[in-house]
Design a protein around this ligand. Structure first.
Ligand SMILES: *[C@@H]1O[C@H](CO)[C@@H](O)[C@H](O)[C@H]1NC(C)=O
Ligand SMILES: *[C@@H]1O[C@H](CO)[C@@H](O)[C@H](O)[C@H]1NC(C)=O
Ligand SMILES: *[C@@H]1O[C@H](CO)[C@@H](O)[C@H](O)[C@H]1NC(C)=O
Ligand SMILES: *[C@@H]1O[C@H](CO)[C@@H](O)[C@H](O)[C@H]1NC(C)=O
Ligand SMILES: *[C@@H]1O[C@H](CO)[C@@H](O)[C@H](O)[C@H]1NC(C)=O
Ligand SMILES: *[C@@H]1O[C@H](CO)[C@@H](O)[C@H](O)[C@H]1NC(C)=O
Ligand SMILES: *[C@@H]1O[C@H](CO)[C@@H](O)[C@H](O)[C@H]1NC(C)=O
Ligand SMILES: *[C@@H]1O[C@H](CO)[C@@H](O)[C@H](O)[C@H]1NC(C)=O
Length: 425
């Protein structure tokens, strides 16, 4: 009997002290978490406890502090920091990144709290690739089918952080004293998905690296012609230090024959915007070899230069090349006024020739001429204007006469030439 009475008293006390709970009509999630903790209140509210509420649930988000619970009558709750709802367990609002086409929207990788925003009930987190290649992140509706290449949506809080799209260009991005030797902490995505990476600077303590699409003070454009700008086009490619060891090469002049790798000398230090490697260059009879980082004009076919990238790799004997053409086949062959534009062949024998046969200008490697033509050259038969020479691309002598047959049909002329040469034999 005593126990029964006690029970009555307890129930009565509950009714008296909590009168409002008896009016509760819906359950709301109730929890609190700081965004930095990324707890279940943020990520999976439906696993949190519910409490009975009178009429409304709310989700409040301010200064990285997320709270869900009952909205007391008369308490203001307005977007963007607060969202209320009136159905069972409805306060499951997500927090998403919101960043509308700004440069940072594409580059942010870690949870960047300044962009966190509270979504309305039912909204999901969306990343959208814009036509101008920037990214818009926001709360919204799920991406439509077929838009996978430009849209990505997800249903958990803060799921739209990170690089988007995943294949966005990433470059080392830094400046100043800590920017000479790069580290993974300075990697960032670029505001344009297909940007280049650049390196520029004036000393080990004043380097700047980044994406060509960046709009910071010191920047190199993708098509920059500034010689101090080194632009490359793959992820993390802008990593060269201000100076680096340039390796070793054969360094010599007038040295066409095969060289000994053991004679290679140090190339010193190369700057970030210099190529490292060795070259062999032919100018006239002078074959010179050296380090690419000392070659200001660069190394290409236009200056009869070949290059290689290993230490002491420029040892090979230099080959002689000859212009090879027939005037009715190759325009410019008759005058050879622009020899660099004419076809050239390697000529291991080392002697080039040019001459006129059957009113056609002929240039080539001497060993590739017919025996008759070789004889006529050796004998200096004047009609053929034959000249032999032993330097690379030396057979560029302009022929006398107009080369009148140069315009006539190719096949007929070649036949004529072959017949003429045969009958002469
Ligand atoms: C977060 O918000 C809740 C409810 O408004 C409050 O009780 C708590 O003190 C806040 N925490 C911080 C760290 O601001
Ligand atoms: C790129 O396009 C988006 C969406 O149209 C726009 O919000 C943003 O301002 C644009 N950004 C730039 C840099 O043009
Ligand atoms: C982005 O963040 C993730 C997780 O912290 C990390 O694994 C990744 O390397 C980061 N990427 C960049 C480009 O910083
Ligand atoms: C640092 O480098 C930038 C260009 O990358 C240049 O404009 C600036 O003058 C340099 N500062 C110093 C102190 O050399
Ligand atoms: C490298 O950059 C410097 C300026 O920092 C410039 O004077 C030099 O010409 C550049 N070298 C090359 C090979 O472009
Ligand atoms: C050989 O060529 C190199 C590079 O072009 C040049 O510096 C040098 O003066 C030339 N030497 C001679 C003897 O022509
Ligand atoms: C070039 O060829 C001729 C005849 O075929 C030969 O006598 C001569 O030794 C060769 N010269 C070289 C440098 O190979
Ligand atoms: C030799 O000459 C012929 C005809 O002119 C040409 O087709 C061929 O490519 C030449 N070969 C070499 C090694 O120069």
């Amino acid at each position: 009997m005593r126990e029964y009475n006690l029970c009555i008293i307890v129930i009565a006390a509950l009714i008296v002290t909590q009168p409002d709970r008896t009016l509760a009509t819906l359950q709301c999630y109730s929890c609190n978490s700081l965004i930095t903790e990324s707890g279940s209140c943020l990520l999976s509210p439906s696993t949190e406890n519910t409490i009975p509420c009178e009429t409304q649930c709310y989700t409040q988000f301010s200064a990285g502090n997320l709270t869900r619970g009952c909205l007391e009558n008369g308490t203001p709750c307005t977007s963007p920091s607060c969202s209320s709802c009136t159905t069972e367990k409805c306060n499951t609002n997500l927090v998403c990144q919101e960043c509308l086409g700004l440069e940072d929207c594409a580059t942010t990788n870690v949870t960047n709290t300044e962009y966190n925003t509270l979504c309305d009930i039912g909204q999901v987190c969306v990343n959208q690739l814009n036509d101008n290649k920037t990214v818009t992140r926001q709360c919204g509706v799920s991406c439509a089918a077929g838009t996978e290449s430009t849209c990505s949506s997800c249903t958990e809080s803060l799921c739209n952080v990170g690089l988007y799209p995943k294949n966005r260009r990433q470059c080392y991005t830094c400046s100043g004293a800590e920017c000479n030797a790069v580290t993974s902490t300075s990697v960032a995505g670029c505001s344009q998905i297909d940007a280049g990476c650049f390196t520029t600077g004036t000393s080990t303590s004043n380097m700047t690296r980044g994406c060509t699409s960046a709009t910071t003070n010191v920047n190199c454009a993708a098509d920059s012609s500034d010689p101090s700008c080194l632009v490359c086009n793959s992820d993390f490619c802008n990593s060269l230090a201000y100076q680096r060891d340039a390796g070793s090469c054969i360094i010599c002049e007038k040295c066409a024959p095969l060289q000994f790798a053991t004679d290679a000398k140090s190339c010193g230090e190369a700057q970030y915007n210099q190529t490292v490697g060795c070259y062999t260059m032919t100018s006239g009879t002078n074959v010179s070899r050296g380090c690419l980082n000392t070659l200001e004009a660069g190394c290409s076919t236009t200056n009869s230069c070949t290059s290689c990238s290993e230490n002491a790799c420029n040892v090979a004997a230099s080959e002689i090349k000859c212009i090879e053409c027939i005037s009715n086949e190759v325009s410019g062959c008759w005058s050879a006024s622009d020899p660099a534009t004419l076809p050239a062949v390697s000529c291991p024998n080392g002697t080039c020739f040019s001459g006129v046969w059957n009113e056609l200008g002929v240039r080539g490697c001497f060993t590739n001429a017919s025996h008759l033509m070789q004889y006529q050259c050796d004998a200096k038969v004047e009609a053929y204007q034959c000249i032999m020479c032993t330097e690379s691309l030396c057979n560029k002598h302009t022929f006398n006469g107009a080369g009148t047959l140069g315009q006539v049909g190719l096949v007929g002329l070649l036949m004529g030439l072959v017949i003429a040469l045969r009958s002469a034999l």
